[in-house]
Design a protein around this ligand. Sequence first.
Ligand code: PA5
Length: 464
Amino acid sequence: MLKKPIIYNYNNVMSECLKSPICIYPEELESYAEKTKKIHSTLVKTRENGGLPFYELPYKKEDVELVKRTVGEIKSEMGEKLENFVVIGIGGSSLGGIALTRALLHPFHNLLPAAKRGAPRIFFVENIDPDQIQGFFDMLDPEKTVINVISKSGSTAETMANFLLFQKYMAEIIGENNFRKQVIATTDPKKGAMRNIAEEMEIRTLPVPEGVGGRFSVLSPVGLFPAAMVGIDIDLVLEGAAFMDRITSKENLFENPAYMNAIIHYHLHTRKNVNVAVLMPYSEALAEISLWYRQLLAESLGKMYAVTGEVVYAGQTPVKAVGAVDQHSQIQLYREGPFDKVITILRVENFKNFLNIPSLHEKFEASAYLGGHTLNELFEAEAKATMLALTKSGRPNIEIVVPEVNPYTVGQIFYMYEVQTIFAGYLYGVNPVDQPGVEAGKHYAYGILGRKGYEKYGEEIENL
Ligand code: PA5
């Protein structure tokens, strides 16, 4: 395994490389030096005083030990019969686990024979689509299934409804007692409906550390427990994150990729009307990192009010794309559409496999030129060609080189983006760790379904 740093390269947003009305001039970046120092010092103080506790997740040894102990208990209790591990959660309670496991498991983990998998199959139950939920029941044998319900608040309707359905379905077949042994709740350590239910049911629990919001929780038991259940080396994930912490603790924006990336995105957005931030990994393993990033950016920075109360309507629109597939879907727009996008390419240097493209059908040029090259070369050539093509058409693009997709580099990516997002929140002057905009929809849904305390929302809808 390559324990190397990821490399951040922003040349293609700068005036030297990018001939474009939306390029950035060196003096524009330099103008952020003072502001960066101020925000940095506020963040250091906040961190020292225990604020923004996501910063400390790479070092929370007691949580890691608890996660490992719980994995050990479940595996020894279930033994050979453990076939399925099902995570019930939504948003920040599921996206980190999805991104982490997709990045680090075999691409067809669930389809491999048990002996090759060496770990249970893993499923994420997020949506409340009745046909999909019934589909899970049609497929999963409750005897062989362990459930991890994740909800920090314990009041998320989707997660609660799915949990209730799984409890009824499984308990009817294996009995309440066995169900209790086959469910683990990851929730607030002290309060909330899920904590109360877990205590009443006397089931195992894991903590969502206090002050850590869903979208900043991937390096807590929220993401680590599912990862450890399927055999991912969570120590290495945290080691990678801790390594990135050393880099993103630097005050100088030119030495700190998280601060620099936040400034570039913020500057392009607020000064050059670049409203869209695309994350485009050239890697199937990293594809769901863009989904996780999409939520991180959207919920953290998409804010109507600044902390001063001023109306700001902050936030770029984050977009998920995947190379090379989206070259045949999105790149036309990115190159020739409005000048409103900054595109980040995550480029992997070394894949686990090295595939030679066979020399066949050599009389046809369309296949002849490929023979003798590797699929790896083709992938790399396409990523580089896309960056060049974007640059040539004046579109700002950033490259993050991932030496190899492994727990160490993935830990770095998560941590870098989290620090970047917090820093960007301070640039915009918004609170990056709340999400008031999500609440209104929840309240109306509670009102429609007659939840106590939300009658006025129900009435408002009835009176429409
Ligand atoms: O990032 C967030 O805070 C949200 O996306 C939450 O994670 C999501 O709404 C689920 O909340 P909970 O974990 O309370 O069920």
